[in-house]
Design a protein around this ligand. Structure first.
Ligand code: ATP
Length: 325
């Protein structure tokens, strides 16, 4: 049976890079595409950033390819991740030959817990001028992300597993997180290095080659993966997969980039590489490898978009990727 992919371009450059990634997918496999709306634009028109229909279709699709949402990002991405049953956000940050990277030895994969932490959405204004945020950390989710992270490292040939935390300050919540990770590591006889997330930020910049898979609580994974984008040449290169259950949501790490939206110069690589992760999720490993090889070839030889020092358009880079397939 042909697998169904829901396509949600969203806002800003999402509307430019998602169609590029769909063209690439169409060139390598037979999939059934459906399109749905989400984001600022649809909120202006209907009052809702994530229409119930989009949520339902994401929960039913075999995979969803998402672009970006602007101001409404939290109202769109968090429920969409929930719709597909995801608990793990996988964000590879690799340097590519030909791309000017601060740290060419970088080959990191952030495995970020996706359902709780400070992104659980429990915020309140308890008195005039006084606000609070509740951080949720459960044993179940901590063990689940640890299992996923150790499996990912073993399946993908990474020897180093680092676990980011701040248990010296957030003793109860990150203490719980670390206990969950330690229990899973002991059950499996797996090695890992716990690292305070602030000093880890320095270490990732100074010595990225000493890290491989980095298992993170939600906020730390968000921040550290953007930091790693800076090591490899920018946000235009980082794909991501929200997985864990049967469905999956695949999206670039970058947002809607309002500063360049509409100019036709967004780098499509992050979204095309997210589409490659989608193919892998659907069991199309060889098609995924073809897409990655094509993207790597274009990154090495050009054409390149302005974020990578070139002057090519999104369309020209997409054409070059298609030509290599
Ligand atoms: P949002 O609020 O939607 O997250 P933002 O501008 O705060 O938007 P990003 O969209 O992630 O955050 O963009 C951060 C910077 O990186 C911007 O200068 C943007 O132009 C640049 N950028 C992000 N993605 C790309 C891309 N695919 N190609 C080129 N530049 C990009």
């Amino acid at each position: 049976m042909t697998e169904s992919v829901l396509v949600v371009p969203g806002d800003g450059i999402g509307r430019e890079v998602v169609p590029a990634a769909v063209e690439v997918l169409e060139a390598v496999v037979d999939l059934e595409f459906h399109e749905a709306d989400a984001g600022d634009r649809v909120k202006r028109e209907t009052g809702e950033a994530l229409p119930a229909e989009t949520y339902r279709r994401a929960s039913e699709a075999d995979a969803t390819l998402f672009g970006a949402a602007g101001e409404t990002a939290a109202d769109v991405v968090l429920p969409l991740r929930e719709a597909v049953g995801s608990f793990a956000n996988v964000r590879p940050a690799r340097a590519y030959p030909g791309v000017d990277a601060l740290r060419p030895e970088t080959d990191l994969v952030f495995v970020r817990e996706n359902t709780e932490g400070v992104y659980a959405g429990i915020e309140s204004e308890v008195a005039d001028g006084v606000t609070t945020l509740t951080r949720v950390v459960t044993d179940e989710a901590s063990r689940r992300i640890a299992e996923f992270g150790f499996d990912y490292a073993a399946d993908n040939g990474y020897d180093d597993v680092t676990v980011a935390h701040k248990a010296n300050v957030m003793r109860t919540t990150d203490g719980r997180f670390l206990d969950g990770v330690a229990a899973v590591a002991e059950e499996r006889g797996a090695d890992y290095e716990p690292a305070l997330m602030d000093s880890l930020a320095t270490d990732l910049v100074m010595r990225p080659g000493e890290h491989g898979v980095v298992i993170c609580p939600n906020l730390a994974g968000d921040v550290l993966s953007d930091l790693a984008a800076g090591l490899v040449g920018g946000l235009g290169l980082l794909p991501s997969a929200n997985v864990g259950a049967e469905g999956g949501l695949f999206e670039p790490v970058h947002g809607s980039a309002p500063d360049i939206a509409g100019e036709g110069v967004a780098n499509p690589a992050a979204t095309v590489l997210s589409a490659a992760m989608l193919l892998e999720h659907l069991g199309e490993a060889s098609a995924a490898a073809r897409v990655r090889t094509a993207v790597e070839g274009v990154l090495a030889d050009g054409p390149r978009t302005p974020d990578l020092g070139g002057d090519a358009s999104t369309a020209a880079v997409t054409e070059a990727i298609l030509a290599r397939l």
